[in-house]
Design a protein. Structure first.
Length: 318
């Protein structure tokens, strides 16, 4: 089993935090998101993984070099970002023959990745993993095949087609490479899927239910992921976070006398919460300092920031 991880995005909706740390390295319960994705691929039995990079790539490269992965790891750096299609093309060229799993690096899920890989029908150019998530339902399916993406099919779904959402996980077959540009050229993957379907290719789908899934594309979603995990929403993911508790404390984190927590709180390594402070639904990255008496709700505090004033719904950076 081989896998590609799409990790080159700019994370524009998460600025200013993504100006200092790329989204794949954002800590989820004090573990880099990319590290969690790679650990899941490792457990799924992947023998080879390729990751693409662009924004703040040196940070991602340093992280990848710091871990002793059991699989063969390759990095595809994009000096100029190539988009989802162009990036996938270069990753596919690295992984070569046979189908491979592809996963976006900005989602958090406990899907059975090995089972998804096995479910791919060999005649399909790709298999998209879909679920019912009304806010994102724009992939129209009939049976186990995709028939339209974005706009409804002719008849507006009167033929029994239904709209589902893409989970950010797919299996890419060798035939999909015929609809992607040569290496080094930018391309949009959605447009490539449409071109494949227009040419008569089968774009398969696998509909999943009863799983944990969270997009991390906004500060609100990032905080929601912590709330859900700390509440025990995914025992499968929970095993990747030893000592899971709310508040979640990183190594060396310190809490002053009388400090209180209202749920959904994670403190990074060596973070400090002063006496009498109150934190609710807040994630504090490593080495940040919360002054005594400060109240924070629905906040993200970046590394090393010293917070002296109370805040709600803020992203706090130096």
């Amino acid at each position: 089993m081989k896998a590609a991880v799409l990790a080159a995005g700019l994370g524009t909706r998460l600025r200013p935090l993504t100006d200092i740390r790329p989204k794949p390295l954002w800590p989820v319960l004090n573990r880099p998101l990319l590290g969690l994705v790679l650990a899941q691929l490792e457990d799924a039995g992947c023998l080879q993984v390729a990751v693409n990079t662009h924004h703040l790539a040196d940070q991602v490269h340093d992280f990848l070099r710091s871990e002793p992965w059991s699989f063969l790891l390759s990095v595809s750096h994009e000096p100029t970002i190539l988009g989802t299609g162009g990036g996938l093309r270069q990753l596919g060229d690295i992984l070569r023959e046979g189908p491979f799993l592809a996963i976006n690096a900005d989602i958090l899920t406990d899907l059975d990745l090995a089972g998804i890989y096995r479910a791919h029908p060999t005649e399909a150019v790709s298999t998209l993993v879909l679920h019912d998530c009304p806010a994102y339902n724009n992939v129209w399916v009939a049976g186990e095949s995709v028939v339209s993406i974005g706009s409804p099919p002719p008849g507006g779904g009167a033929g029994g087609e239904k709209a589902l959402a893409y989970t950010g996980v797919q299996v890419v077959g060798p035939g999909m490479m015929n609809y992607l540009p040569p290496a080094g050229q930018p391309a949009d993957l959605v447009q490539a899927w449409r071109e494949a379907m227009a040419a008569g290719e089968r774009l398969a789908c696998l509909t999943v239910r009863g799983h944990f899934w969270q997009d991390l594309g906004t500060p609100e979603h990032y905080l929601a992921a912590h709330q859900r995990l700390l509440a025990g929403a995914s025992p499968k993911l929970g095993r990747y976070f030893p000592g899971l508790a709310d508040p979640m404390l990183g190594p060396g984190a310190r809490i002053g006398a009388g400090a209180q927590f209202g749920g959904g709180v994670c403190l990074g390594a060596e973070a400090v919460v002063g006496e009498g402070a109150l934190l609710k639904n807040t994630v504090v990255w490593e080495r940040a300092v919360i002054a005594p008496g400060v109240e924070l709700e629905d906040c993200i505090v970046a590394s090393g920031v010293q917070v002296k004033d109370s805040a709600r719904g803020r992203v706090l950076v130096a």
